[in-house]
Design a binder for this molecule. Structure first.
Ligand SMILES: Nc1ncnc2c1ncn2[C@@H]1O[C@H](COP(=O)(O)OP(=O)(O)OP(=O)(O)O)[C@@H](O)[C@H]1O
Length: 652
C-alpha cells in the first residue's frame, strides 16, 4: 500500500481532533464509511472513553445463541477453521457475527494476543455499532458492505489496539444474515485479508445454499476454471423449475436482485431447450453449456437430488427442523385477533429479522421492512410496536401508495380550521399528530410521491411539523417503521426516491423472506389452519394437499396461504380431510405433477415424517393425561425437548 504507519497514525489523529474536539467533519482524512460510522456512534450517545467491550457474557446466553444460530454456525465454522489454518501464525482471530452484531462463533488460536482477542470474540459478545461504536463487523452490518477499520479509526479508545476487516454474509435469498470478521492487534494492513475473507464468506454462503432442500443444484461460471470453487455461481431449483436460492456470484452473473427467488424460473434465467432442466433433474446430465437470457455463455455443472440423496436429505432435514423448532422466535398464538399478536414463525431468517428490528426500534432507530406482498410486513411492524415500551401509545398505519395526491398532505399533517374550502370545522389532526407517543407505520414508502418525500424528510430531521394553513410547530413524537416491497436502492439510483430520505428511514433494514423460502412453512401451515379453523375441529391435510401447500410458489405469501386455507376449510366442512379437490385451481395448474399426485398419492415425504413425530407426541400426551414428565419418559426424550414439540403443536 506504500503508506507508512506514521502517516496513517497522523492522519487519523488529525481526523479525531477535527471530529471530536472541533466538531468538524474530517472529510478526506479517513474513509467516508468510517466518518459515517463515527457520526452514527456519536448519535447513539457513545463516548470515546466508554468501556463497553470486555463485559462478561452470561453463560446461559452463550448456549442460547449456539442453539438459536445453529444453522449459521454449522455453515460458518468449518470455513473459518480452514481459513484460520491457512493464515498460519499471523495472529488473526476470526469471528462469525449475526445480524444483531452478536458473536455466534469464533476461532482465535493460542498465544497471549490470541487470548485477548478470544476474550473479545466470546460467543454472545455484542460488537454491533450500537454497542461498541465504529468497528469492522458492526459497520459492515450497517452498511452491508466489506469494511476495514484500523486502530484509532475505532470509535472507542478501548479497541484502538486492534485492526479488523469484515465482509457481509448473504443468505440464499440474498438477504444479509451476518458478517465474517478477521481481527488482529496493531494497525497493520487488514486490507490484505479482505480477499481470503471474501472467499471464505462465499464458501459459507454456498454451504447455506446446500442446506436448501432443492431438487437441482447448478454451479456455473463463464470461466470454466472457476467451476467448483467458492467463486462459482450457485443456483438451487425446486422440482418445478422455480428458483429457490442463489449465491452472490450467481446474482451478479445473472443480474438478479436480492429475494428474487421464487419469481424466477430455470427457463426465464437460461436460454436453453426445456429438456435440459428435465434431464439434469433426472440425473441424466451433469455438465453443460448454457446461455443466460442476456446472452452470456456459461459452463455449468448439475447436481440432482436423487431419491437416495433425498432420503439422506430428509433425515438431515428432520434434524434441522428440530434445531429450528428449538428456537421459537414468534411464539404461536393461534386464534388471536388478526393484525397484531398473530405472528407465527420458526424461520431463522424471519426470526433474526424480528430480533434485530426489536432492538433497533427500542433505541428509536427507524426500521425499514422489505418483503414481498403478504409476507407480514405490517404484522411485524405491529409486533414491534406491541412489544415496545410504547405499546400503550397508538399504532398509526398509513399507506403511502393508495392516497390520492391532493389528500396526502392533509392526511399526513392535518389542517387548521379554514385551511381550505370543504375542510372540516375546527381543522383535523394528521397521522403525524395521531401517532404521538406511539408508532407511525409508513406502508409502501417506495410509492411515496417525490415532493412529499422532501416534507417527510424534514419532519424526521427536525422532529416537528406544522398543520396545513397553520404556523405553530408541533413536535413529532413517534417511532417510525417503514415498509416496501420495492428495492429502494434501485429507486434511488433511478432518481425516484430521495437518497437522503432513504438513509434516514433505513436505520436498520430487515427483509422478510417470501413464504416459499421460509424454513418453517410446515409450522405456518399447521398454525394458520388452526387459526382459520377457530373454535371448530381442525381437519387433517391429505399428504398430497400438504405437498402442494409446501411446494407451491405462493406469490401472495402468507396472506394467500390464509385465504386458501379458509376456503378449503369451508369447502371441506363435514369431511375428515382436506384434499386437492378443496384447493383453487391456480394452486394445481402451477404444479406439473398435480395430476400425477391425484392419481398416485405420495406417502413418506418430509412433512409426513414430522407429522408422525407430532402425532406420537399428541397420542402420548393423551395416554399420560397431559402429564409432561410422564409423557417425556414414555417417549424417551428430555422434558425440554418435549416442551419444544408441544409448542410446535400449540399445546404448550
Ligand atoms: N408470521 C405470521 N403469522 C401469521 N400470520 C401472518 C404472519 N405474517 C403475516 N400473516 C398474515 O398474512 C396477512 C398479510 O400480512 P401483512 O398485511 O402484514 O403483510 P404485508 O407484507 O404488510 O402485505 P402488503 O405488502 O400487501 O401490505 C395477514 O392476514 C396476516 O395476518
Amino acid at each position: 500500500m506504500g503508506e507508512s504507519a506514521v502517516s496513517f497514525g497522523q492522519r487519523v489523529e488529525l481526523a479525531r481532533r477535527h471530529f471530536f474536539r472541533e466538531g468538524k467533519r474530517p472529510d478526506g482524512l479517513i474513509p467516508e464509511m468510517v466518518i459515517r460510522s463515527w457520526e452514527r456512534s456519536r448519535e447513539l450517545g457513545l463516548g470515546t472513553g466508554d468501556r463497553r467491550v470486555f463485559n462478561p457474557v452470561a453463560r446461559h446466553e452463550k448456549s442460547l445463541i449456539e442453539e438459536r444460530c445453529r444453522p449459521l454456525i454449522a455453515s460458518a465454522l468449518p470455513e473459518m477453521e480452514k481459513l484460520h489454518l491457512s493464515l498460519g501464525h499471523a495472529g488473526w482471530a476470526l469471528a462469525c457475527i449475526d445480524m444483531e452484531g452478536i458473536v455466534v462463533s469464533s476461532v482465535c488460536g493460542s498465544g497471549i494476543e490470541a487470548r485477548e482477542l478470544a476474550s473479545i470474540f466470546q460467543v454472545g459478545r455484542n460488537v454491533s455499532e450500537a454497542a461498541v461504536g465504529t468497528n469492522g463487523p458492526g459497520c459492515s452490518l450497517t452498511e452491508g458492505r466489506p469494511m476495514v477499520v484500523r486502530a484509532a479509526e475505532h470509535f472507542l479508545d478501548e479497541v484502538r489496539p486492534f485492526s479488523c476487516a469484515a465482509v457481509p454474509l448473504f443468505g440464499p435469498s440474498g438477504a444479509l444474515v451476518g458478517v465474517l470478521d478477521a481481527t488482529r492487534m496493531g494497525h497493520g494492513e487488514p486490507v490484505t485479508i479482505l480477499e481470503p475473507l471474501g472467499i471464505a464468506a462465499r464458501a459459507i454462503e454456498n454451504r447455506m445454499l446446500a442446506e436448501l432442500q432443492g431438487a437441482l443444484t447448478m454451479g456455473f461460471h463463464y470461466r470454466p476454471d472457476l467451476l467448483d470453487t467458492p467463486l462459482e455461481g450457485v443456483v438451487v431449483f425446486a422440482e418445478d423449475g422455480t428458483l429457490l436460492g442463489a449465491n452472490q456470484s450467481a446474482r451478479q452473473l445473472l443480474g438478479l436482485g436480492a429475494a428474487e427467488a421464487g419469481r424466477e424460473r430455470f427457463e426465464t434465467l437460461f436460454d436453453c431447450p426445456p429438456e435440459t432442466f428435465r434431464r439434469a433433474l433426472a440425473g441424466r446430465l451433469d455438465k453443460g453449456v448454457l446461455r443466460s437470457d442476456g446472452g452470456l455463455r456459461f459452463d455449468a455443472r448439475f447436481q440432482a437430488m436423487r431419491p437416495g440423496a433425498m432420503l439422506a436429505g430428509l433425515r438431515e432435514g428432520a434434524q434441522r427442523i428440530h434445531a429450528l423448532a428449538a428456537r421459537p422466535v414468534l411464539p404461536a398464538q393461534a386464534g388471536q385477533a388478526a393484525g397484531s399478536g398473530d405472528a407465527i414463525g420458526f424461520d431463522p431468517v424471519a426470526g433474526q429479522a424480528l430480533h434485530v428490528a426489536r432492538r433497533a426500534f427500542e433505541r428509536d432507530i427507524p426500521v425499514l421492512i422489505n418483503g414481498e406482498t403478504g409476507t407480514g410486513k405490517e404484522v411485524l411492524a405491529r409486533r414491534l410496536h406491541d412489544d415496545s415500551s410504547r405499546s400503550a401509545g397508538p399504532f398509526v398505519a398509513i399507506n403511502c401508495s393508495s392516497l390520492p395526491a391532493g389528500l396526502i398532505e392533509s392526511e399526513f399533517f392535518g389542517y387548521e380550521d379554514g385551511a381550505f374550502t370543504g375542510g372540516r370545522r375546527g381543522g383535523a389532526l394528521g397521522k403525524f399528530e395521531l401517532a404521538r407517543g406511539g408508532t407511525l407505520f409508513l406502508d409502501e414508502i417506495g410509492d411515496m410521491p417525490m415532493e412529499l418525500q422532501g416534507r417527510l424528510l424534514r419532519v424526521l430531521q427536525e422532529r416537528s411539523f406544522s398543520r396545513l394553513g397553520g404556523a405553530r410547530q408541533i413536535v413529532f413524537d413517534a417511532r417510525v417503521v417503514a415498509a416496501t416491497h420495492r428495492r429502494l436502492e434501485t429507486l434511488v439510483a433511478e432518481g425516484r426516491f430521495r437518497e437522503d430520505l432513504y438513509y434516514r428511514i433505513k436505520g436498520v433494514r430487515v427483509s422478510l423472506p417470501a413464504l416459499r423460502e421460509r424454513g418453517d412453512r410446515a409450522v405456518l401451515i399447521d398454525a394458520l389452519l388452526a387459526r382459520e379453523a377457530g373454535e371448530g375441529d381442525v381437519p387433517m391435510l391429505s399428504p398430497e394437499a400438504r405437498h402442494v401447500l409446501m411446494h407451491y410458489r405462493w406469490p401472495g405469501n402468507i396472506r394467500q396461504l390464509g385465504h386458501v386455507l379458509r376456503l378449503a376449510l369451508t369447502l371441506a366442512e363435514g369431511e375428515e380431510e382436506i384434499g386437492l379437490q378443496h384447493f383453487p385451481e391456480e394452486l394445481l395448474t402451477d404444479f406439473d405433477d398435480a395430476l400425477a399426485l391425484r392419481a398416485a398419492p405420495l406417502r413418506g415425504s418430509e412433512v409426513c415424517l414430522r407429522d408422525i413425530e407430532l402425532e406420537a407426541v399428541r397420542a402420548a400426551m393423551a395416554r399420560n393425561a397431559g402429564n409432561v414428565s410422564a409423557t417425556a419418559r414414555s417417549l424417551g426424550v428430555a422434558r425440554a425437548t418435549l416442551y419444544r414439540k408441544l409448542k410446535l403443536l400449540g399445546l404448550a
